[in-house]
Design a binder for this molecule. Structure first.
Ligand code: ZN
Ligand code: ZN
Length: 254
């Protein structure tokens, strides 16, 4: 299913992925619906109306939850007054995001073809007040469908993965995707990154759903990432400034 900006695919009868392939970040958002309500995991760049896209897929009320509060995941929060983020990033979402808006506007406009009527110069970083701050191992109940919050810092201090044990689904945000992982800028934490990979790599994951790029990835990717980060740690280089480490289908910048 393709609308002008988003590409939507169905994962199973009540799970959807909404992608922004026309932007180089290839951001993915996921809609999970239960008996009572829906959960939108991440909200994308915010340069086209993701709310309209979500409403085509469900008639239930939808809460948004962001894996972390980087601009490319919170853009659509403006359409969702009911949204959750992790307590460690509450400040970022209320005006203290450590990146100037000009920089973000540049990244926004680096794009195949922006939606009609959209002007990158008018783009603003979302700011707002979450209806709830999430904590590690908290459960989000959608009505006969339960999602567990896993605090997985490293990429950012309040990064979370969302775990649906019953289906073996792990939504990994920017902690695990195929491509270059970032643990080099000041708000990242390479040691925490490894600890988070240790935490998720032992889960009985059937399918991984990343925040960016290829959807065709298997759970063994996060195990390989954990193993390589362990090796980097053993060599004493799991810290900022160690440079780029490449492994074929993925890399990590420290
Ligand atoms: Zn990010
Ligand atoms: Zn991202």
């Amino acid at each position: 299913m393709e609308s002008s900006w988003f590409t939507t695919d169905q994962i199973d009868k009540d799970t959807f992925v909404i992608s922004e392939y026309r932007h180089w970040e290839e951001t993915h958002c996921y809609l999970l619906t239960g008996k009572e309500r829906g959960l939108l995991i991440d909200t994308g760049l915010g340069i086209s109306d993701i709310y309209g896209e979500v409403m085509r897929l469900t008639d239930k009320p939808v809460t948004a939850a962001v894996t972390h509060t980087h601009w490319d995941h919170i853009g659509g929060l403006k359409y969702f007054p009911d949204f959750y983020c992790h307590m460690a990033e509450q400040e970022w979402i209320s005006g203290k995001f450590p990146l100037p808006v000009e920089k973000v506007r540049q990244m926004v406009s680096d794009c195949d073809k922006l939606p009609e009527g959209f002007r990158a110069d008018d783009y603003d970083i979302f700011q707002g007040k979450p209806t709830k701050l999430l904590e590690d191992y908290e459960e989000i109940d959608l009505g006969r469908r339960k999602i567990t919050v896993l605090h997985t810092p490293g990429h950012s201090p309040g990064h979370m993965c969302f775990w649906e044990k019953e289906r073996g689904y792990l939504f990994t945000g920017d902690l695990v995707y195929q491509g270059t992982l970032y643990a080099d800028y000041p708000s990242t934490d390479p040691q925490a990154y490894l600890a988070s990979l240790e935490k998720i790599a032992v889960l009985p994951v059937e399918r991984i759903f990343p925040g960016h790029h290829s959807l065709d990835i298997r759970p063994e990717l996060m195990v390989r990432m954990r193993d390589e980060l362990r090796k980097i740690d053993k060599s004493g280089r799991l810290k900022h400034g160690s440079g780029l480490f490449e492994y074929g289908d993925w890399a990590v910048r420290l």
